[in-house]
Design a protein around this ligand. Structure first.
Ligand code: F6P
Length: 324
């Protein structure tokens, strides 16, 4: 490998910049050239490249978002789009790739590298923490802390007015953010995509909370089809149990921004460093990830073929016990 192409793709996540910084400097340290690819796969197709040096990544370790920009790219799903991308990479002399993103990014990398024989190493970057092959993904810790901060603030006003709040959090099909932020924020109930909670069951719990003289009640609702969203749940509950003055807060994209936590900065640095080292050592179609306190690689095929279930049984059980 003489020149590494690096890009971020899919939803941005805090820690992506710290990872870019680590990967760029690890490659430069080894005497290789580095090209930044803007807007993920779209930038490959457009030939939107940036020749990077060590100063290109100065003062970014603390920044949320991604300096390389990101996109969800439909054109890359076509053979023609991928051919165009390959031609541009070849013309720029890029002969190895580091991809930072979620499962959509990994799927693109897997197909592309099989089709065009260009090695690629992936780094799990998504607030959802929904990938097999790493205990944690970049951005998840920061996003969870952001949610907890929001819950604490909502608790102040909920308690002052004796209100019931439904707070909707991100995570796509994963309840990791919901469960962890719910436990850490002392939520009275948490609705997860992985666990079907009937509205009647929730109402019974809320009735119990009302009888127990709780002055504020917070229900965390993980986004998505499974629960129908916080507005839907609030409406269904209100139709059955109208004791509380009820409010809904959708936290939305604020969960994706902000300065990465120290955990995310260190994880990002370790994964960026490891990804480049593995690429230079001949790895292809793998992701780097954290297992316990070790960095390991997992073939992309294996990572994509296994649905990650990262909710600890003890936390699921504890959720009901601690909310009485
Ligand atoms: O995958 C990260 C994520 O923030 C999910 O939690 C959420 O469902 C989705 O992206 C939102 O995507 P977009 O920013 O494209 O609306």
């Amino acid at each position: 490998i003489t020149k590494v192409g690096i890009f971020t793709s899919g939803g941005d996540a805090p820690g992506m910049n710290a990872c870019i910084r680590a990967a760029v400097r690890t490659a430069l340290y080894a005497g290789k050239a580095v090209t930044g690819i803007y807007h993920g796969y779209q930038g490959m197709i457009d030939g939107n490249f940036w020749e990077m040096n060590s100063r290109s990544v100065s003062n970014i370790i603390q920044l949320g978002g991604t300096i390389l920009k990101t996109a969800r790219c439909d054109a890359f799903r076509t053979k023609e789009g991928r051919q165009l991308a390959y031609d541009n990479l070849k013309a720029a002399g890029i002969d190895g790739l580091i991809a930072i993103g979620g499962d959509g990014t990994f799927t693109g990398a897997e197909v592309f590298s099989r089709e065009h024989d260009i090695p690629v190493v992936c780094v799990p970057g998504t607030i959802d923490n929904d990938l097999y092959g790493s205990d944690f993904t970049l951005g998840y810790d920061t996003a969870t802390n952001t949610v907890i901060e929001a819950i604490d603030k909502i608790r102040d006003t909920a308690a002052s007015h004796d209100r019931l709040f439904f707070v909707e959090v991100m995570g796509r099909d994963s309840g990791c953010i919901a469960l962890n932020a719910g436990i850490a924020g002392g939520a009275e109930a948490i609705l997860l995509p992985e666990k079907n909670t009937a509205i009647e069951e929730l109402c019974k719990m809320l009735e119990g909370a009302a009888k127990g003289n709780k002055s504020s009640t917070i229900v965390i609702v993980a986004e998505g089809e499974a629960n129908g969203g916080a507005y839907h749940v609030a409406k269904e509950v209100k139709a059955r149990f109208n004791f509380y003055d009820t409010k809904v807060t959708i936290l939305g994209h604020l969960q994706r921004g902000g300065s990465p936590s120290s955990f995310d900065r260190v994880l990002a640095s370790r994964l960026g460093f490891a990804a480049v080292r593995h690429l230079f050592a001949g790895a292809n179609r793998v992701m780097v990830g954290l297992w316990g306190n070790e960095i390991r690689t997992t073939p992309l095929e294996e990572a994509l073929g296994n649905k990650a279930f990262k909710l600890s049984e003890d936390m699921l059980e504890m959720m009901d016990v601690l909310s009485i």
